[in-house]
Write a protein of this length. Structure first.
Length: 313
């Protein structure tokens, strides 16, 4: 009895398997012949039964195609975005370099214009390559040295005015003492023709970027805004180089003299390119002439000279 039941089950499984094979074969034949022959009523019935499955397979295929298309588009966009970022970075670097070249061009044009106007000087262009960390407002280092003909005490300028002078010379670089240094002393004068007051410009610890003009008589004709230039005295700086303008004035501690605070012509905080005066054809300043004597004083001087000569053996 049990064997019969087992055999019946196996026969049922075989029948279902045979039916599945026949159904699959029928589907293959149906789809192969579809469109070639006119569908019969049975075929239409089978098509109706299989339509949901066809729709499901078609929808699944469309979704898979859509997902693959999106994945490909995302990968393409990511690669394009990466390329665009690289291009933006390159353009940013090129823009930065272009701005640097433009700024350097402006500075060099300024030096060139000064060189063309100052025919009395032989100028050597130099670039600032360092500053003294301990004395930021006192000294700089430039990229010109003994091999370029630089010597100590040569003045250093820009197209706007005086910077300082060379204090140490190496083979390929030199150290320059700025006029802001408290150890610096520059002979200067007020450029205004009605004044022509002389004095010394020296650095100060009170305001490192604004030196002072000292040794000015209390009643001297000095006004705020007066231009200050080198006087030529001292043997280092030629006459007529712009130093700055008078920003303010005050009396010194003694009360007999006054001090003028100077706004320098050169912006020392943005100093990058300078020029070294290697030779100057500027005529030295004329010596100070004694004031002419009045007629009475002249006669007294002649009498005194005659008496002195008569008293000589």
């Amino acid at each position: 009895m049990i064997d019969r039941i087992g055999r019946a089950r196996q026969a049922g499984h075989k029948i279902w398997a045979l039916l599945f094979v026949l159904l699959a074969l029928f589907c293959v034949i149906f789809f192969a012949a579809r469109g070639r022959f006119q569908a019969s009523a049975a075929t239409s019935t089978v098509g109706t039964v299989l339509a949901p499955f066809e729709m499901a397979f078609s929808y699944g295929g469309q979704q898979i195609q859509y997902i693959m298309s999106n994945l490909w588009e995302i990968a393409t966009v990511h690669e394009q975005n990466k390329m665009l970022k690289n291009e933006v970075e390159q353009l940013r670097q090129q823009n930065t370099m272009a701005e640097e070249y433009a700024a350097e061009n402006v500075r060099l044009r300024e030096l060139l214009a000064y060189k063309q106007s100052a025919h009395q000087f032989d100028l050597l262009a130099a670039r600032v390559i360092g500053r003294d960390a301990a004395l930021w407002t006192s000294t700089i280092v430039v990229d010109r040295g003994a091999k370029d003909g630089v010597r100590e005490n040569m003045p250093v300028v820009t197209g706007k005015g005086l910077v300082g002078h060379v204090t140490e010379v190496g083979p390929v670089s030199s150290k320059v003492q700025l006029i802001l240094d408290v150890r610096s002393s520059v002979g200067t004068l007020i450029q205004r023709s009605e004044s022509r007051v002389t004095g010394l410009v020296t650095g100060t610890m009170e305001n490192p970027y604004m030196p002072q003009m000292v040794n000015i008589p209390r009643n001297a004709d000095v006004e705020d805004g007066d231009a200050i230039v080198t006087s030529g005295f001292g043997g280092i700086y030629p006459k007529g180089i712009s130093v700055g303008r008078v920003a303010s004035q005050r009396s010194d501690d003694s009360g007999l003299l006054k001090i003028a605070v100077i706004e320098t012509a050169v912006d020392f905080q943005r100093l990058e390119d300078v020029a070294i005066i290697t030779a100057s054809r500027e005529a030295p300043p004329e010596p100070v002439q004694a004031l002419p004597l009045s007629p009475g004083a002249a006669a007294a001087a002649q009498i005194s000279a005659a008496q002195t000569k008569a008293a000589q053996p």
